[in-house]
Ligand binder design. Structure first.
Ligand code: PMP
Length: 419
């Protein structure tokens, strides 16, 4: 398969050393049920390269000390590494300054932070919040909870059956009560890459700020918050080859300055008396208590790892694998793919016709193929298609054509067994 990469028509397969990349991921070497592991559950979580594992091990075994609070050697080392990690994130997404980068527990933690703080400051009775029909529950429920607290309204931008958002409908959903738009960039279920730059412009024309859920984006395509002009953006460390329990909440400084703190505790304060507490400056105002500082350092190592390969190359390689997988599965027949957007990341949701996803998933598992089954925390997407769930194969930078062939073999096996 040939795709246009960097102005050429050469296949990326020729210049992308997937063998070398795979050697960085110890998990991939193992067998399950005596079969080579085919890990295609990357949208749920990605595996970790040795470069990340080693950094996390080094900090746990040699350098651990709580940050920002000590004057001793270890604390100084860890604090510096933590603040350097913030700088790494800042550069990775091209934020204006590192004060705009807040470390959280993950995308879910970040969206809850925003829904609470923004809600406290800006949402009143009858105000409206826009999200899409393809959101992950993490970008639905915190806004719903806010709407319940404030008697506000959640409005939903629908998608067409191919997984493309209805932009005309989006434009019509705005009223003078619309206070924020919160959008998934790449759907964790349909793989659709949404036209968020255009959607942000449409919202800004109406003076409405936009939050981007980039949980499934930072690992696949280059994110530039400056160029996108989003007001807020979130992602999780564990989905970009970093540790679990760490994530990012980015906000433009002009917004973060206006938002009240989300949680109270150590480190987020300036002066505490029983009568009144004043708060620390950005970014610490939003980082109450001991953060997952080793997680942040590990996540920075993951971002450096990705940068070392190059996101352009990763996007091209994964796109080529997605195109190969889609064509091969279509050629097999008897499989329904959900999500046919022309702009798609390497996430494939499907059902083998006439076979329950659980049965398919169990056969896949016994063949060593790890995919996810269920609603993928996006029940409204399943409601759209009137189905209980799908199988989801999510492809990442270390997957191969041979693994896609093996996935197809597993599909054929299911079809044979249920014929
Ligand atoms: N948004 C999207 C699009 C996701 O795919 C996920 C994770 N599946 C989340 C948010 C939540 O991420 P986390 O569980 O890491 O907080």
């Amino acid at each position: 398969m040939q795709i246009n990469f960097a102005g050429t028509n050469l296949s990326i397969m020729n210049e992308y050393d997937v063998k070398k990349i795979r050697a960085d991921f110890p998990v991939l070497e193992q067998k399950v049920y005596n079969k080579p592991l085919i890990y295609l559950d990357n949208a749920a979580t990605t595996q970790k390269p040795i470069q990340v594992i080693e950094v996390v091990n080094r900090y746990h075994s040699k350098l651990n000390s709580n940050i920002h609070r000590g004057v001793h050697f270890l604390s100084d080392q860890t604090t510096n590494a933590y603040e350097n990690a913030r700088e790494t994130v800042c550069k990775f997404i091209n934020a204006s300054k590192k004060e705009e980068i807040i470390f959280t527990s993950g995308s879910t933690g970040s969206i809850n932070l925003l829904a609470f703080s923004f809600g406290e400051q800006f949402i009143r009775k009858n105000d409206e919040i826009l999200i899409t029909e393809m959101e992950h529950h993490a970008n639905i429920v915190p806004w719903q909870m806010l709407c319940e607290r404030k008697n506000a309204k959640l409005k939903v931008i629908p998608f067409h059956d191919d997984g493309v958002l209805d932009i005309e409908r989006y434009k019509k959903l705005f009223t003078d009560k619309t206070k924020i738009v919160s959008l998934i960039y790449i759907s964790n279920t349909l793989g659709s890459i949404n036209p968020i730059k255009e959607m942000i412009r449409i919202a800004h024309d109406r003076n409405v700020p936009v939050m981007i859920d980039a949980a499934q984006s930072v690992q696949h395509i280059k994110i530039d918050v400056h160029q996108l002009d989003c007001d807020f953006l979130v992602f999780s460390g564990h989905k970009i080859y970093g540790p679990t329990g760490i994530g990012v909440f980015y906000g433009k400084e002009k917004w973060l300055d206006k938002l009240p703190p989300y949680q109270g505790g150590g480190d987020m304060v300036d002066i505490v008396t029983f009568e009144k507490t004043t708060y620390n400056e950005l970014p610490f105002k939003f980082e109450a208590g001991t953060t997952n500082y080793i997680g942040a350092i590990g996540m920075a190592a993951a971002l450096e790892y990705i940068s070392g390969i190059g996101l352009k190359k990763i996007t091209a390689y994964e796109t080529e694998l997605l195109e190969y997988a889609t064509k091969t599965i279509d050629d097999l027949g008897g499989v329904t793919i959900y999500g046919r957007s022309p702009h798609k990341a390497s996430i494939l949701s499907f059902l083998i016709n006439g076979v329950h996803m659980l049965d398919s998933g169990m056969i896949f598992d016994k063949m060593g193929v790890a995919v996810r089954i269920g609603t993928h925390c996006a029940q409204p997407v399943m409601q759209h298609f009137h189905i209980d769930g799908t199988l989801r194969a999510s492809i990442s930078l270390y997957n191969t054509k041979e693994e896609i062939d093996y996935l197809c073999k597993a599909i054929e096996q299911v079809k044979t067994m249920f014929a």
